[in-house]
Structure formats: structure tokens, C-alpha cells
Ligand binder design. Structure first.
Ligand code: GLU
Length: 440
């Protein structure tokens, strides 16, 4: 027998050994394969904005395609200034350009933050799929905190009870709102009381506000307003600007945590060097905003709110428990009220639910377990993004601003999403599972 040429069991870094590809990207690639095989697929797995990048931002990218130089590690100065100005304008903060760090996606910046800060990671359950694996890769301990039963929100009490056990231990807490995977958010009072706990224990608070501009009210509030000295705001172009594939993220630091920014810049300089130059020039235009971008955002929120509410209504009518969404494009239904009838079909946990659902109906969603929920729970994340956002935006422009978009609008422009959720609901209730059956 020839000896194998090195082996993953012996030669892979222990922190990486056995780790799978991130669930969001794995489901996307699985959908690609199913589509290539000619299967009808409803792509509710990856959380990718359905909307196009706003035209003025695309034009700016075109005009800057020739930009070929390496840019400063911390980011293009004009972009850092535009980001600072954006937060000062929208959140009434006092951010300076030098408080901003630009990176190739906020995900990369989070990874580097976890690497440079020597403390535990504390996250509510459920949380986005990558926080915990990133911490694991860099050897940090992860603590999951319980959330409220109906809204999946972290309470000041739960945070305080956890920190009290070891009050001076260094910790990073990640708070994400509007939330991925639940679509829920915190009120100003809730943010304020959480901020008081964070201050008591001198926590580094990473406030992941990547969906902030997609808050349905259009009035997203940052916890940095209440805990400026310890909050790092994470943002970027991926969600509100429809530019996930452009890979541009930003971190905004309080002056008191400037040393963390500096340490991250050092790691950046030894790893990704700097963020893509043309993308940074285009991002200046995005962060400067203006009427055309405001209008794009207003219509995006209007469509997402109408669609999210309608999908929630249908899921609830089918007997699932679902929190009302207040921003972004996710719902996090719980099918436990149907547990007994699902168990008869051997569907006993969120993994088997999602696998079987995809196999039988072509609807791809992600199981609650990848967001840190207990495996036996019947929760899952729906990303309601499988529709043509360009056409939906153009159609929404034709509907009077003070009118509701309504059912006809959704049927015409987001019909695939309605079909996907109806198929899911019918399937949960045991509709015949022959492929091509129009009832599922
Ligand atoms: N944030 C998106 C999601 O949760 C996709 C991007 C990613 O996970 O890297 O689906």
C-alpha cells in the first residue's frame, strides 16, 4: 500500500480540522448544482440582497475601473471621511475619518478583530452562522446566551447574569440588529439598558448593523448612541447597497479603542493589504447618499416590509410560530407546533426538516442549528430574497407613495417567494410529495 501524501488527520491545524464550509455559502453552491441539474429551486438559503446596486454607485465604479494602485491599509481617505460623515449624519455621532477601518467585507474585519482581541466571544442564540466558527478558528472561547422566546432578543438581565460570574474577564459581545436570522430588532429602551450592562463590565461591543439601512421604519438606531466608548459599529455595502459580491465592509471605532484599530491594521497589512481600489472609490458615492439613493432605500424597505409581513402571515396561518420582522430580509419560523405530525414522517430536527424540504419541494432554507439553536428544535431561516429586485423596484415606483403595495404587487413581482412559502407550508402539512405536484 503506498503511503498517503500527508494527511488532513495529521497535518491540518487543529482549529480548522473538521470544519465545514460556511452554511450560507454551502447552501448557495448546493442550489447552483441543483439548478445545473435542471431541478426547480427556490433560493431562500443565502442571504443576498435581491436589489441591484444603485445606478449612481455603479456609474462611479465604472468611472474608477482604472484605479490600480494599492490603497492605504486602513482605507481610502475619502472613503473613511464619507463613512464618518454618514454615521454623523444618520446617528448623530462624532466619528472622525481616522476612526474608520475599511476591509474586504465586514466578515473579514470581524475575523481580524477576534484574532487581535484577547477575550471570549459572547453571542445570543440564534446568531449569524460565521461568528462562532471564526472565534473557533482563532482559538477563542464562545459563549451562547439565551434570548427571549418570541423575539429572540438578548435581555440586559441575561447579559448581566453571564458577566457577573467573572466580571473583569475580557469579552467581545456581538449584537446584530435588524437581526440575521430573525428579522427582529431592539427598541431604543432595550438598547439603552443593554448599553448600561456593557458599560458596567467594560465589554467590547461589536454592533453588527449591516442591515441597519433596511430597518423598515427607516430610523435605525445604533447602540453606539448609548455606549459610545465601547462600541465598534460594523457595516458595509453588502445588504443595503445590494453589493455583497463587491466585498466592502467598514468598522467604526471609538477613540478609546483606537489601539484595536491599529492592531487590526497591522494584521490587515500582513494579510489582505488593502481593499479593492475601484470598489472603494465607488463606495464613497454610496456613503455620500443623496436623493437617488434615499429613494432606492425607501422602495427597498417598502417592498421588504410588505413581503416579510405577508410571508409571516402565511406561515402563521399554517401553524408555525414566527416573530414579526422589523428589518432586513429574514424570517425565523418555528415548526414545533407541528412536531407530532412531522415526527410521523421522520422529521425530528431542523436538519432533517430542511434537507427533506429541499429534496421534496426545491425550497432551500437553513436549519436553526447552524445559527446555534439546539438541533432538536424545528426552527429555520428563510431569506426572502428570491425575486427580481430590479423589476420590483421599478414597479414600486409606479405605486403612489402613500398606498400599500398589496397582494397583487407581491403576486406579480415577488410571486416566486409566495410560491416557495406556500410549497413549504403545504409540505409541512403532508401534501403529496410527488415531484411536479403543483400543490407543493
Ligand atoms: N450574510 C449572508 C447570510 O447570512 C451571506 C454572506 C455570508 O454568510 O458570508 O446569508
Amino acid at each position: 500500500m503506498p503511503q498517503p501524501f500527508l494527511s488532513p488527520d495529521a497535518h491540518l491545524n487543529l482549529q480548522v480540522r473538521g470544519l465545514p464550509i460556511s452554511a450560507t455559502l454551502a447552501i448557495n453552491e448546493q442550489c447552483d448544482r441543483l439548478v445545473a441539474a435542471g431541478r426547480p429551486v427556490y433560493r431562500l438559503g443565502l442571504g443576498q440582497s435581491p436589489f441591484p446596486v444603485p445606478l449612481p454607485v455603479v456609474e462611479e465604479l465604472k468611472a474608477n475601473a482604472h484605479q490600480k494602485s494599492y490603497l492605504p491599509v486602513r482605507g481610502l481617505q475619502a472613503l473613511r471621511a464619507a463613512v464618518a460623515d454618514y454615521y454623523n449624519r444618520t446617528q448623530e455621532l462624532a466619528v472622525r475619518a481616522e476612526d474608520v477601518l475599511v476591509g474586504p467585507g465586514s466578515k473579514e474585519l470581524m475575523f481580524i478583530l477576534l484574532m487581535v482581541y484577547y477575550g471570549d466571544l459572547v453571542i445570543p442564540t440564534p446568531s449569524w452562522v460565521s461568528y462562532a466558527p471564526q472565534a473557533h478558528i482563532v482559538g477563542r472561547q464562545v459563549h451562547w446566551l439565551p434570548t427571549t422566546p418570541n423575539q429572540w432578543l438578548l435581555t440586559p438581565d441575561a447579559l448581566d447574569r453571564f458577566c457577573r460570574k467573572d466580571p473583569t474577564r475580557p469579552r467581545i459581545v456581538i449584537l446584530n440588529y435588524p437581526n440575521n436570522p430573525t428579522g427582529c430588532s431592539y427598541s431604543a429602551e432595550q438598547l439603552q439598558t443593554l448599553a448600561e450592562v456593557a458599560r458596567r463590565y467594560r465589554l467590547v461591543l461589536l454592533s453588527d448593523e449591516i442591515y441597519g439601512e433596511l430597518s423598515f421604519t427607516g430610523r435605525h438606531l445604533s447602540i453606539a448612541r448609548f455606549y459610545p466608548e465601547g462600541t465598534i459599529i460594523s457595516g458595509g455595502l453588502s445588504k443595503w447597497c445590494g453589493a455583497g459580491g463587491w466585498r466592502l465592509g467598514t468598522f467604526v471605532f471609538p477613540e478609546s479603542l483606537g489601539w484595536l484599530l491599529e492592531a487590526m491594521a497591522t494584521v490587515a497589512s500582513e494579510s489582505f493589504t488593502s481593499t479593492s481600489a475601484p470598489i472603494q472609490y465607488a463606495a464613497v458615492r454610496a456613503f455620500r447618499g443623496g436623493l437617488r439613493i434615499e429613494r432606492y432605500l425607501w422602495q427597498s424597505r417598502r417592498i421588504l416590509r410588505t413581503l416579510g409581513e405577508e410571508l409571516r402571515r402565511r406561515l402563521q396561518a399554517a401553524g408555525l410560530t414566527v416573530a414579526p420582522p422589523s428589518g432586513g430580509f429574514y424570517l425565523f419560523p418555528d415548526a414545533s407546533p407541528l412536531r407530532e405530525q412531522l415526527a410521523v414522517r421522520n422529521i425530528v430536527d431542523s436538519e432533517s426538516l430542511c434537507q427533506q424540504l429541499l429534496e421534496d419541494t426545491g425550497v432551500a432554507i437553513l436549519p436553526g442549528t447552524v445559527f446555534g439553536r439546539p438541533p432538536e428544535e424545528l426552527t429555520a431561516r428563510i431569506a426572502y430574497v428570491d425575486f427580481d429586485g430590479s423589476r420590483a423596484l421599478a414597479a414600486a415606483e409606479q405605486v403612489a407613495a402613500d398606498a400599500e403595495l398589496g397582494g397583487d404587487f407581491l403576486e406579480t413581482w415577488c410571486g416566486k417567494m409566495l410560491t416557495a412559502v406556500d410549497r413549504m407550508c403545504n409540505w409541512l402539512h403532508g401534501a403529496a410529495m410527488t415531484k411536479g405536484n403543483p400543490s407543493i
